[in-house]
Write a protein that binds this ligand. Structure first.
Ligand code: MLT
Length: 393
C-alpha cells in the first residue's frame, strides 16, 4: 500500500493565510451584514500600471498571430527580461549579475519552497522567529530539523548569529515579513561571514525590497561582500508591481556557490528544467515593462500610495499609545496587542469588522503581537482605523 509523507502530520492544520480566510468566511456566513475590512493577507489592491497593461495586451496579440506566436520559452526566462532584471540590480543596488544567475519564476513563494529540494533532509535549518511561515512549513514537509532564533523588541526583531548558532541553511527575510524590520549592511555582513565560515547557505527573501525608503539599508544580500559564495536571493513582482494575481518572480543563484565541488546554480537549473516550464511569455513581457523607467515610476506611485496607508495606521496607533514597528521600509505594521494574538484577531473581527493577522501565526515569538497590512485602499484603511480608534480609545 502506498505510504504517505508522514512529515505532513507535523504541520499545523492549515497554512496561516488559508486558515485566516476560512475564519473570515465562516464569520461572514454567520453574520451576513458584517462589513469586513481585510488588513490581513498582504494582497495588493492597486491595479497594474498602464505600461504593464499595454505590454500584456501587446504580447497577447502576438500570441494570436502565426508570425509572432511563441511556444515553450527559454528555460531560465526570456533574455529580454533577464536583461531588465540585470539592469535593475545594477541601478538599484550596484550589484552586477550574470544572466545565467537569474531564474525567472512564477513568484518567490514557489521558489522558496522548491529550493529546499536541493538540500539533504539531514541539514539543520536556522529560521528567525517570527517570520513568513512558508520557510517553516516547507522544511517540516521535508522532515528537516529546525532551530529557531528569537526576534524580539530588544534585538529589533533582527536576530543575529552568536557563538551558539549552528546550522546549514539560514532563512533571512529583509524587510522582514511580518515585522517590517530591515537588516543593516553590517548586520547582514555578520550573517554572510557566519555562513561562509560554517559552509552554510543563506536563502534571502527580498520580496519587500522596493518598500525600503532608507538609502543606507541594503536591498539585496549581494550588496554584502562575500554573499556570492553563500547566498541565494528570492524576489517577486507581487508587491513591487501588483503581480499577486499575475505571478512573476525571480531567483538569483550565483555561479560562485560551490558545495563539495557542486554548483548550486547548475543544480537549480537541473531541477527547474525538469520540473518547471517557465513563466508565460505574456507575463514576462508584462514584467519587462515593470523595469522600464515609465513602468517603474508607475509602480513607485502605487508603493507610495501604500506607504501613505501605512502612515494612516501608524498615526492611529500613535494616538492610542500602542507600541508598533514597521510601516516605514515595509508595507506591514507590527503592533503589540498585549493579549493572545488569536484572541485579538477575534476581538478586532467581531467588534470592529477588521481582519488582521495574528503574530503567533508567524512563530512563537510573535504571540502578543499582530500584523496589519497597508495594502488595502486608502478609503478602507481610513475606515478601519476609525473603527480601531473607537474600539480602543
Ligand atoms: C503575506 O501576507 O504575508 C503575504 O502576502 C503572503 C505571500 O506573499 O505569500
Amino acid at each position: 500500500m502506498v505510504k504517505l509523507n508522514k512529515n505532513y502530520n507535523n504541520l499545523k492544520k492549515s497554512y496561516l493565510f488559508a486558515g485566516i480566510a476560512r475564519r473570515i468566511k465562516e464569520y461572514k456566513e454567520a453574520n451576513p451584514s458584517a462589513d469586513i475590512i481585510k488588513l490581513s493577507i498582504g494582497d495588493v489592491t492597486r491595479p497594474l500600471t498602464k505600461t504593464v497593461v499595454e505590454a500584456l495586451e501587446k504580447a497577447s496579440k502576438e500570441m494570436g498571430a502565426a508570425e509572432t506566436f511563441r511556444g515553450y520559452g527559454d528555460e531560465q526566462g526570456y533574455a529580454f527580461l533577464q536583461e531588465q532584471i540585470k539592469n535593475y540590480y545594477k541601478r538599484n543596488t550596484g550589484v552586477q549579475l550574470e544572466s545565467s544567475e537569474i531564474f525567472v519564476s512564477d513568484g518567490a513563494k514557489s521558489d522558496v519552497g522548491n529550493f529546499t529540494e536541493l538540500f539533504d533532509t539531514d541539514n539543520t535549518v536556522i529560521i528567525p522567529d517570527p517570520v513568513y511561515p512558508v520557510y517553516v512549513d516547507s522544511n517540516i514537509m521535508n522532515g528537516r530539523h529546525i532551530v529557531y532564533i528569537e526576534g524580539n523588541e530588544a534585538n529589533g526583531f533582527l536576530p543575529l548569529p552568536d557563538q551558539n548558532t549552528k546550522g546549514d541553511i539560514i532563512y533571512l527575510c529583509s524587510p522582514n515579513n511580518p515585522t517590517g524590520a530591515v537588516y543593516t549592511k553590517d548586520q547582514l555582513k555578520l550573517w554572510v561571514d557566519f555562513a561562509n565560515k560554517q559552509g552554510a547557505v543563506i536563502l534571502f527573501d527580498a520580496a519587500y525590497e522596493s518598500f525600503i525608503t532608507d538609502d543606507t539599508l541594503p536591498r539585496s544580500i549581494f550588496e554584502i561582500e562575500g554573499a556570492r559564495t553563500c547566498a541565494v536571493e528570492f524576489c517577486s513582482l507581487s508587491k513591487t508591481a501588483g503581480f499577486t494575481g499575475t505571478r512573476c518572480g525571480y531567483t538569483i543563484v550565483p555561479e560562485d556557490i560551490m558545495i563539495n565541488g557542486v554548483s548550486l546554480n547548475k543544480m537549480w537549473l537541473r531541477r527547474q528544467t525538469t520540473k518547471f516550464n517557465g513563466t508565460a511569455y505574456i507575463i514576462q513581457r508584462g514584467a519587462e515593462a515593470v523595469f522600464t523607467s515609465e513602468g517603474y515610476a508607475g509602480c513607485k506611485e502605487n508603493i507610495k500610495y501604500y506607504q501613505e496607508n501605512a502612515k494612516i495606521i501608524a498615526s492611529t496607533l500613535d494616538k492610542l499609545g500602542i507600541w508598533y514597528t514597521g510601516g516605514i521600509n515595509s508595507p506591514y505594521i507590527w503592533l503589540k496587542c498585549n493579549m493572545d494574538s488569536w484572541e485579538f484577531f477575534d476581538l478586532l473581527l467581531q467588534k470592529a469588522g477588521i481582519a488582521g493577522t495574528p503574530g503567533s501565526g508567524f512563530g512563537k515569538c510573535g504571540d502578543g503581537y499582530f500584523r496589519l497590512t497597508a495594502f488595502n485602499t486608502k478609503e478602507k484603511t481610513e475606515e478601519a482605523m476609525r473603527r480601531f480608534e473607537k474600539l480602543f480609545i
